[in-house]
Design a protein around this ligand. Structure first.
Ligand code: CU
Length: 162
């Protein structure tokens, strides 16, 4: 009886310890998520372009799992002559965008989304078409996490300019 009891206790302990660990790993289990230090990058994509189009926008979600604030300072890509981190705002009914000179703030414990109509990676002076379904390498430069190589999926433009 004692032995059986001990085995049951052991199994119960295994299950109760095992369960939260399992859930924790599920939280960031998407196949597209990519961890680099404290940063988790998900759903990187850019607007596909046709030949001759000089600019496009790139988007992604960045989660800062750490205790230290970080900044997305800039980015670079072989297909882009110049790459900047932009914010987009509507001022007096006019859509305006500007480079973030200090970089994009990624506070500790927070998630920041770059998406159409908001923050975006601005690729300028494109030297090739970024065809739909293609994957294109971009290097993101963070103040603390350093350089991260990320593959951006080219997707169809959904109507907005950036
Ligand atoms: Cu822009």
């Amino acid at each position: 009886m004692n032995r059986l009891f001990l085995i049951s206790v052991f199994l119960l302990a295994l299950i109760s310890v095992g369960t939260p660990v399992f859930h924790a790993s599920l939280k960031s289990a998407s196949a597209d998520d990519m961890r680099h230090g404290d940063l988790i990058i998900s759903d990187p994509w850019l607007k596909a372009t046709q030949s001759g189009k000089p600019v496009t926008g790139g988007y992604l979600t960045i989660r800062n799992d750490g205790m230290i604030d970080d900044y997305l300072l800039g980015a670079s890509a072989a297909f882009s002559g110049k790459t900047e981190i932009h914010e987009m705002k509507i001022t007096n009914d006019i859509m305006q965008m500007r480079p973030l000179s200090e970089g994009l703030f990624i506070p500790a414990g927070e998630t920041v989304m770059l998406k159409p109509g908001g923050y975006h990676v601005m690729f300028m002076g494109l030297n090739q078409p970024l065809s739909e379904e293609g994957e294109f390498e971009v290097v993101l430069n963070f103040k603390h996490a350093g350089s991260i190589r990320v593959m951006f999926d080219a997707k169809r433009n959904q109507g907005q300019t950036h």
